[in-house]
Design a protein around this ligand. Structure first.
Ligand SMILES: [Zn+2]
Length: 168
């Protein structure tokens, strides 16, 4: 799929314009209209609370199918859950989260449910990609990119190797 450019205008136009409520958050109406729960093909573990297993992801309804297809391909590529875990791509750092990009006023693609973080522990924001340090698998990057997603590891200003987004 051709996803929008990573600008407020294009993201609003493609994913639904954010109307910010009095509490500074999107309205429940926006969330109801645009977000949906999607069942993932293998269980994920919350990266910030490893006692929690996640079987469904709440993301934008326009990216859910693509995301599920990506997870299917990841599972297929690694062959089984044990190998997926060895590559640490079961460690889920979150998807929908209304917030600005760190140290910026721009909204993150997470704000539209169109961004996902995997294995934040080893792929900290600002850390350039180093495959010798067990950082994001480039095979996983390839799978996301084939689906039209952009990898944060390619951000020029500041790499964000945990991050993938359905925006260019
Ligand atoms: Zn992210």
């Amino acid at each position: 799929m051709i996803f929008p450019k990573d600008t407020r205008e294009e993201l609003d136009a493609f994913y639904g314009k954010h109307v910010i409520g009095a509490d500074g958050k999107p309205t429940a109406k926006w969330e109801q209209e645009h977000l949906q729960l999607f069942k993932v093909p293998y269980p994920l573990t919350l990266s910030f609370d490893k006692t929690v297993t996640v079987t469904r992801i709440r993301c934008h309804k326009l990216v859910g199918e693509s995301l599920i297809h990506i997870f299917e391909q990841i599972l297929e590529h690694f062959g089984n859950l044990e190998e997926v875990k060895r590559a640490r791509v079961h460690l889920y750092g979150g998807c929908y989260n209304f917030r600005p990009i760190k140290d910026s006023v721009r909204l993150s693609t997470h704000s539209w449910g169109a961004g996902i973080d995997l294995d934040p522990e080893r792929n900290g924001l600002g850390k350039p990609h180093d495959p010798t340090k067990g950082m994001m698998s480039l095979d996983v990057v390839k799978i996301f990119e084939k689906e039209g997603w952009k990898w944060g590891g390619r951000f020029k200003s500041r790499p964000d190797c945990m991050h993938f987004q359905a925006a260019r």
